[in-house]
Design a protein around this ligand. Structure first.
Ligand code: GDP
Ligand code: MG
Length: 397
């Protein structure tokens, strides 16, 4: 099967989004910033953005017909290789849009899938991502065929040969999906056994939006060397480490970051990763306080946790990156309502602490601020869980 919609490196992209009725345009700007960051992670540079205000995206071509022409013209003029849509496109939308311009058409879902495909290293992660990707591709083969046809100089009409080829591809993909599912079931069983064998130790999972500093924190707490970099989804696999704080051992897991509109195919296939979270005794929910929309990110994480059945776990909220929190004092002549950036960090911390029901801490993982306190509080929480579970067993091993 040929995947002409893949995103190899060095490509140029246009980003497209719809601003829905009643939606704050700044939110769409932020979505597009994130989409641009995702694209960069996949090695694609974004060279332009196009948005359109609409009630709802057009079911046939996502944007309006005039806008689509504008996109096609801009794509040609700026010599882009790919147009990326911020929402998941239906197979027919992808097909219809592809007919209007000779460039790859991908959506946020496919971009995320491609990043996972590029970055999966272990056999387990590869199997999960392969499966998610094939499930995404299966209903979309016809559109890609049309596109290929045009590249070959064909007319774009799908004749018998084309249909037959698609049918063969579909059968091949279905067979592979079945095989991958069997393989995953096997690995999942194996991993469940491994988790079972970890026995009595308290299990703590780092969760949070992508790029907030989970892996950095994992390294700090466990003194290990987990890969951390300023890219989305630097890690795909769950890393579990045994950590000992003051003679009290527990397991700490670093998991894949959550993100808005995480492809549901991925959520399903990342079962073991999510099981690690589902079976945790305590969640360290890491938040990037320097991100302009950290509240939304907290919301996305909470929703995802609820979706996977981990919504009622004890949570320790860790606000990271206080070192890069930007405070822009408000001009006294400016009579507009203060924005979040106008609030000094200390005040923001007080407001957050007053409004959250879970324990909260403010730290900087890179500057090592607040880390001793974090360790101490974590120790107390793990100890409490441990003693609650084994009241007759002294926690010291
Ligand atoms: P993850 O995706 O949540 O695992 O995030 P990483 O641990 O990979 O970190 C993402 C980026 O944020 C990296 O470039 C880190 O160096 C950076 N980072 C982590 N903690 C801090 C912090 O406290 N302050 C600042 N300024 N950057 C940080
Ligand atoms: Mg990470």
């Amino acid at each position: 099967m040929t995947d002409n919609n893949d995103t190899s490196t060095g490509r140029r992209a246009l980003l497209v989004a719809v601003i829905r009725d009643g939606q704050d345009p700044r939110q769409v700007t932020e979505f597009l910033d994130e989409l641009e960051f995702l694209a960069a992670t996949a090695g694609i540079s974004s060279i332009g953005r196009i948005t359109q205000r609409m009630d709802q995206p057009n079911p046939r071509i996502y944007v309006g017909p005039g806008k689509l022409e504008e996109i096609a013209a801009m794509a040609k003029q700026k010599e882009v290789d790919v147009v990326i849509f911020d929402d998941e496109l239906s197979p027919s939308q992808t097909r219809n849009i592809s007919r209007e311009m000779p460039v790859a058409i991908i959506d946020r879902t496919k971009l995320i899938l491609d990043i996972f495909l590029q970055r999966a290293t272990t056999a387990y992660a590869k199997t999960q991502v392969d499966l998610a990707n094939l499930q995404y591709m299966l209903p979309r083969l016809a559109g890609m065929w049309t596109h290929l046809e045009r590249q070959r100089g064909g007319t774009g009409t799908r004749g018998g040969a084309g249909e037959r080829e698609i049918e063969t591809d579909r059968r091949t993909i279905r067979r592979r999906i079945t095989l991958l599912k069997e393989e995953l079931t096997r690995i999942d069983r194996q991993m469940a056994t491994q988790r079972g064998n970890r026995g009595s130790m308290v299990r703590v999972s780092l969760v949070g939006y992508t790029n907030v500093g989970k892996s950095t924190l994992m390294n700090l707490i466990s003194k290990s060397d987990v890969f951390a970099e300023n890219k989305l989804f630097a890690t795909l696999d769950t890393t579990v480490r045994k950590v000992v704080l003051d003679n009290l051992p527990f397991l700490l897991a670093d998991t894949v970051g959550f993100i808005r509109k995480l492809p549901h195919q991925l959520v399903e296939s990342f079962k073991s990763t999510l099981d690690e979270v589902r079976e945790a005794d305590l969640l360290l929910h890491v938040v990037d306080i320097s991100h302009p929309n950290f509240e939304d990110q907290i919301e996305v994480v909470n929703q995802t946790l609820a979706e996977i059945g981990a919504g009622d776990k004890p949570v320790y909220l860790v606000f990271n990156k206080i070192d890069s929190y930007a405070h822009i004092p408000k001009d006294p002549d400016d009579l507009s309502a203060p924005t979040r950036e106008n609030i000094p960090l200390g005040d923001l911390q007080k407001t957050i602490a007053a409004n959250t029901r879970t324990p909260v801490i403010f730290i900087s993982a890179t500057e090592r601020t607040g880390i001793e306190r974090l360790r101490a509080e974590l120790y107390a929480m793990v100890r409490e869980i441990h003693e609650g579970r084994y009241p007759f067993n002294n926690f010291l091993y």
